[in-house]
Write a protein that binds this ligand. Structure first.
Ligand SMILES: [Zn+2]
Length: 263
């Protein structure tokens, strides 16, 4: 999830979650300061905290390589990423004020990640996903509007496991009549998501389309596209200038559907 999502959901969160200010105030963090990250935690085991620190450093390099983004120097001193590790899901939801279906949230602008040690997939999915949000926004910046599906798709592409099943999951959604076009995904964004099932559907679409753009059309075009976004070009202009076959989101949607149906 992203800051954008957090902003969109603020209204929901305030009404959906009761946070005791006194409790929030008393929530005291311990700090593990690394060279490139600061991990803040309460009762998480120390070896877990140290693994977060080490894995975050490895992922930074891997994610920039995966997307072909230029490395702009490592995060250090005031640039360090802050990773808040809540003790468990309940504290993440109540104290951290997050949606229960999410396992982590990134605020790329502030370079903050909030998460908790979930039973499975923390190091393979949650951590690279949230770090990818930060690496992506560090590169493209905030000059142009980027649809949530694209931003989430990029983050999911950083998760090794999930991206592999994405196309088949969307094909299955098409068979069940649950397919969403890119236009629909853009319009509903995160606001249309209620509960884990809808979230899973949204994220699978997001993963599939970004995987299609990178794996089927090459990293070079993808990097060029991201560079255009960084320059502040509107999303469809950037598409037209880097993927001449697509021209705009509608055409990208058509090509993606054709690929899903024929491949
Ligand atoms: Zn996300």
């Amino acid at each position: 999830m992203t800051r954008l999502l957090t902003a969109l959901l603020t209204g929901f969160l305030i009404s959906a979650v009761t946070v005791q200010p006194a409790f929030a105030k008393e929530y005291e963090w311990q700090e593990e300061r690394g060279r490139h990250t600061i991990v803040l935690y309460r009762s998480a085991p120390r070896d877990f905290v140290q693994s977060v620190e080490e894995s975050a450093e490895d992922y930074y390099s891997r994610i920039t390589r995966t997307f072909g983004f230029p490395r702009r120097g490592v995060w250090s001193y005031d640039e360090r990423v802050k990773i808040y590790i809540y003790d468990n899901e309940d504290e993440y939801v109540t104290v951290g004020q997050q949606k229960r279906w999410s396992h982590g949230v990134a605020s790329p602008y502030e370079k903050i990640i909030r998460t908790y040690p979930s039973a499975s997939g923390f190091f393979d999915t949650t951590l690279p996903h949230e770090l990818a949000h930060i690496v992506f926004r560090e590169y493209v910046g905030y000059r142009t509007f980027i649809p949530t599906w694209f931003e989430e798709g990029v983050a999911m592409y950083a998760e090794r496991a999930k991206r592999f099943g994405a196309h088949n999951a969307v094909r299955e959604a098409r068979r069940r009549g649950q397919f969403r076009t890119l236009q629909e995904l853009t319009l509903t964004g995160m606001r249309g998501i209620n509960g884990r099932q809808e979230a899973a559907l949204f994220y699978m679409h997001a993963a599939s389309i970004v995987k299609f753009m990178i794996d089927e059309h090459g990293k070079q075009k993808f990097v060029r596209f991201c560079r255009k976004l960084k320059e502040g070009k509107p999303f469809d202009w950037a598409l037209d200038e880097s993927y001449p076959r697509f021209k705009n989101t509608d055409r990208l949607n058509e090509a993606w559907v054709k690929f899903l149906d024929n491949d």
